[in-house]
Design a protein around this ligand. Structure first.
Ligand code: AMP
Ligand code: MG
Length: 352
């Protein structure tokens, strides 16, 4: 199958809507990452999403709708959900609610809940309105790879597996949506994203954050959100997070980079704008200023993919604190690094 990329226009959106109605897949720009969409009511179409991505069948999909009222036929919308929709939707927030029987099992991997989101990207919104269907869409990448934030990323992974990708430019947030479970007694963030726990607490009395957000699952531990079980967001190279005081971080990265380069392995460093100068002589790229973490969120997946394109086997990254959007960034970075981290302060003590 030939894969077309068309810039977003009323005409290309009409074509995308027709394809969705015919049971085909479409690459869709959203404010978080690009989605791989299909008619959520069409079991065969939804199955083809799993096939195209190589996604395990037990990892459920998010269902996208245009308006809050479109959620009512699909799931049991609670008062809390209505409040969150009023405050944060359209936007990067996915809510887990008890599903109704019209949602096929293949969408929810047989779970009793369905994940629902109302995207704010004008092209995604218009497409949902024109096709008049709920659209099941995970991120439009090959399973395990960093999520796509440009139409080209989608093409790189899924060329020949879908007829059309709508090109809406770079995704604004750059990380997947916040997933909040509204079926548990206390609303619980299973995956952090653009709507932060701090923002949720401005309208909810209590919010829990699943404690597995910043650590690997323990042996035998059940993932609350099946997606958190799998290796994710990973570049082909080995990424290591380096924490500590800026001076120690720089010395530590230099020491490890020298060693890798002695073994003939190219190294790249992801550094905050403020420290970029400290890495002279090394291949260091900016992840934006420490003061604008949303810039790092926007850049992260693109930089991970770029490192793959440039065949860089060894990567080091400076780290952020976990407040605000920092929690979502560190959740993705930790998984991309398979939780490999060096404490530069302790290393400096051992190697004075
Ligand atoms: P993606 O669409 O690729 O960003 O992944 C969607 C995320 O939402 C994955 O981590 C899924 O496991 C999670 N998810 C979707 N539906 C459910 C559900 N019913 N219960 C728990 N997690 C879900
Ligand atoms: Mg995904």
């Amino acid at each position: 199958m030939e894969t077309k990329i068309l810039p977003v226009s009323e005409e290309s959106i009409q074509e995308a809507a027709r394809l969705l109605q015919q049971g085909q897949l479409v690459g869709i720009p959203t404010e978080t990452v690009y989605g791989l969409g299909a008619n959520a009511f069409d079991e065969a179409a939804v199955r083809s999403i799993f096939a195209a991505k190589g996604r395990p069948a037990d990892n459920p999909l998010i269902v996208h709708v245009a308006h809050p009222e479109d959620a009512e036929p699909l799931c049991e919308v609670t008062d809390t959900a209505r409040l969150l929709m009023k405050t944060f939707c359209p936007g990067p927030l996915t809510m887990l609610m008890k599903r109704k029987s019209c949602i096929p099992d293949v969408v929810t991997a047989g779970l009793p809940s369905v994940a629902l989101r109302i995207p704010s990207h004008p092209a995604a919104h218009r497409l949902l309105e024109v096709c008049g269907l709920p659209v099941a869409a995970p991120s439009a990448n090959t399973s395990g790879k960093p999520s796509p934030t440009t139409a080209k990323h989608v093409l790189d992974d899924l060329h020949g597996k879908l007829p059309l990708i709508l090109d809406g430019g770079e995704c604004q947030v750059g990380l997947e949506s916040t997933v909040i479970d509204l079926t548990s007694p206390i609303p619980t963030v299973l995956r952090p994203g653009g709507v932060t726990p701090e923002m949720l607490l401005t309208v909810l009395k209590e919010v829990k954050v699943a404690d597995s957000v910043l650590r690997p699952l323990r042996e035998g531990e059940k993932a609350l959100s099946p997606g958190m079980r799998y290796r994710h967001y990973a570049p082909s190279g080995q990424l290591t997070m380096v924490k500590g005081t800026p001076e120690h971080v720089e010395q530590c990265i230099r020491r490890h980079a020298d060693e890798a380069q002695r073994q003939g392995k190219p190294v790249r460093v992801f550094a905050f704008e403020e420290h970029l100068n400290a890495y002279q002589g090394l291949d260091a790229v900016s992840i934006g200023s420490r003061k604008t973490p949303e810039k790092m969120a926007h850049l992260l997946f693109k930089l991970l993919r770029q490192a793959d394109d440039d065949r860089i086997p060894v990567l080091f990254s400076e780290v952020l604190t976990t407040d605000g959007i920092g929690l979502a960034i560190m959740n993705r970075l930790a998984r991309a690094a398979a939780f490999t981290e060096i404490d530069a302060d302790s290393e400096a003590e051992r190697n004075p």
